[in-house]
Design a binder for this molecule. Structure first.
Ligand code: FES
Ligand code: FES
Length: 244
């Protein structure tokens, strides 16, 4: 009992066999530590241009050796810029995309860039719209090798060698694609934000094996949302072109 009581209250007893404070916490109090922390990563003055072992450790090993000493790590001169540059360039690629019959060589393209962002921000083909950016609205629909694709869900670097068509490649003012003309004729839009995606989908479905009725058109166009609710006019436009 006496022994267990001793154990329970051991922390209240004066420590008789403690080591000297400096020995217990050399990291906190050692003069050696202080000089390592603060020594700059530069050649030692008055010597040749070689780095000393100490300065080498203080620069390259600072993070591991001095964990927890954040202000000192920040103060240490950094060798990171070159390494960062290398890391950045590792995430880019040079890609040639064929869009609307024309080739675009894109250097330094972020490998994570979507086809949608690349079309709009690198090539400035802004007819393709960004609605949800999550594959749910269809505003970003383009053709890849003749098939409709949500360009917000596809990485640009995946499309080297593909034939990409955007609304700009479908028809031109004065020479509209029949589907574009039908949308105009049937007033298949209000604000127009969804329209390029609607038209790209509608053109693609002309070659898809869907049924002949309006219900089939609605089903095939279900991935294209129109916030303005121009659906009946859109169906009328698609129906006309299908029957032509
Ligand atoms: S922006 Fe691509 S599906 Fe909505
Ligand atoms: S015309 Fe406005 S969202 Fe379709």
């Amino acid at each position: 009992m006496a022994e267990s009581s001793d154990l329970r209250f051991k922390h209240l007893h004066p420590r008789t066999s403690q080591k000297p404070e400096a020995e217990l916490a050399p990291d906190e109090h050692s003069p050696e530590r202080q000089s390592i922390d603060l020594e700059p990563l530069t050649p030692e003055s008055g010597k040749s241009s070689r780095f000393s072992r100490r300065s080498f450790l203080s620069g390259l090993g600072a993070t591991g050796l001095l964990a927890g000493a954040a202000p000192l790590v920040q103060a240490a001169p950094s060798v990171a810029p070159a390494a960062q540059e290398a890391a950045d360039s590792a995430g880019t690629s040079t890609v040639t995309l064929r869009i609307n019959g024309k080739e675009y060589k894109l250097s330094g393209l972020d490998t994570r860039a979507t086809l949608l962002d690349t079309l709009r921000e690198r090539i400035h083909l802004t007819g393709t719209k960004k609605g949800c950016d999550h594959g749910q609205c269809g505003a970003c629909t383009v053709h890849v090798n003749g098939r409709r694709v949500n360009s917000c869900l596809s990485f640009a670097v995946m499309h080297e060698g593909d034939e990409i068509t955007t609304i700009e490649g479908l028809g031109q003012p004065g020479n509209l694609h029949p589907m574009q003309a039908a949308f105009v004729e049937h007033d298949g839009y209000q604000c127009g934000y969804c329209t390029s995606g609607q038209i790209m989908s509608a053109v693609a479905l002309l070659k898809e094996p869907i049924g002949p009725g309006d219900e089939d058109i609605k089903h095939a166009m279900a991935g294209n949302i129109c916030r303005c609710g121009a659906y009946s006019n859109i169906v009328a436009a698609v129906r006309q072109v299908r029957q032509a």
